[in-house]
Write a protein that binds this ligand. Structure first.
Ligand SMILES: [Zn+2]
Length: 341
């Protein structure tokens, strides 16, 4: 079906994902900048000649951007920021996400999609906390007490594909998108250390479980959810009593969370008091561990998308047929969806 609105959002996403301004795309395609601007705002109906010039300049199939094939999904999008994210980087991440949705919905169409992430909003009466929700989800999913071996595997087994992504900003560890009517997806920064990635994925799961729209307290709630999900109070508290830096460093590979997250957890579960927590933080800063923590936790590698592609190849489709189907070049398909960045 033809849609001016679908074309508008996918044209813009394709341009931004390729790192081009409207002026640069205009120069590369010969289509006037004013026309591109109108097309991207949905104020001009796409026509075949211009769309094919734009597609050629962007190196994408025309059916990706002319609104005939796909529309961009309406999704709840969250990303955990380490610090404030420049608008340009944020724009690029959202564009990447829109395109990832389009590609995945086509690459995974044979699979039994439909994720099984429970939606458990927090009632306003305050009777349920984010920690309660984390315990509920652990129980629903039948997790035994103790550390979660792989949170990426866990989410993928509940229908949430994850992709290692060359996230353009070092300030974002992951971006997650939860559409109402399409497969969710989480892009994981290939630059983030494994312990931080695990916490971020658990944090994103917290958003998916508890939140419909961003809110003032949402970030804190998602952090609390992640802490309880990865480090349940009843399982970890004893090990954290009187925590010292060497002890936390020894716990890091067991729980797969950073020393900083373990120190916070120790305070939050009452295993150390505020002044002990302050001393730990001073030690962390003085030893340079705040920027660069010792004890390496390997990043967890996703496999959902790769397995789905392998299944289609095994059935006799070729990689170039798959790329055509996903409206992507063979090179980009291999780089972004098949190789670990
Ligand atoms: Zn968040």
């Amino acid at each position: 079906m033809f849609s001016t609105a679908a074309s508008a959002s996918l044209l813009e996403a394709s341009r931004v994902a390729h790192g081009l301004t409207q002026a640069e795309l205009s120069a590369a395609s010969g289509v006037a900048q004013g026309v591109i601007s109108k097309l991207e705002s949905g104020n001009l109906t796409p026509d075949p000649a211009r769309m094919s010039a734009l597609a050629k300049a962007l190196g994408v199939p025309v059916s990706l951007i002319d609104g005939t094939t796909m529309s961009a999904p309406h999704a709840r999008v969250f990303h955990r920021k380490q610090a404030s994210l420049p608008a340009k980087a944020s724009h690029k991440l959202h564009a990447d996400m829109v395109l990832a949705h389009v590609r995945l919905s086509r690459l995974l169409r044979d699979d039994d999609l439909g994720s099984s992430i429970p939606h458990l909003p927090l009632p306003e009466n305050g009777l349920y906390t984010p920690s309660d929700r984390a315990r509920e989800v652990r129980k629903m999913w039948g997790l035994p007490p103790g550390p979660v071996p792989s949170i990426v595997d866990l989410l993928e087994s509940h229908g949430v594909p994850c992709l290692m992504w060359d996230v353009s900003s070092a300030r974002v560890d992951a971006i997650a998108s939860w559409p109402d009517d399409a497969t969710p997806v989480i892009l994981l920064s290939s630059r983030a250390p494994g312990d931080r990635l695990r916490f971020t994925v658990a944090h994103e799961l917290g958003h998916a479980v508890m939140h419909a729209v961003p809110c003032a307290d949402c970030e804190r709630q998602a952090d609390e959810f992640a802490s309880e999900f990865l480090m349940p109070r009843k399982d970890i508290k004893d090990a954290l009593v009187g925590a010292t830096l060497p002890r936390l460093a020894a716990l890091k590979p067991i729980w797969g969370t950073s020393i900083a997250a373990l120190a916070r957890r120790a305070r939050d579960v009452g295993a150390i008091n505020d002044s002990q927590y302050r001393s730990l933080n001073i030690e962390l800063s003085q030893s340079g561990y705040r920027k660069n923590e010792p004890v390496h936790v390997n990043p967890e590698l996703p496999g959902f998308v790769e397995r789905a592609i392998a299944k289609r190849l095994a059935k006799g489709e070729t990689i170039s047929q798959l790329a055509d189907d996903a409206l992507i070049s063979v090179d980009e398909l291999q780089r972004q969806y098949l190789e670990v960045v």
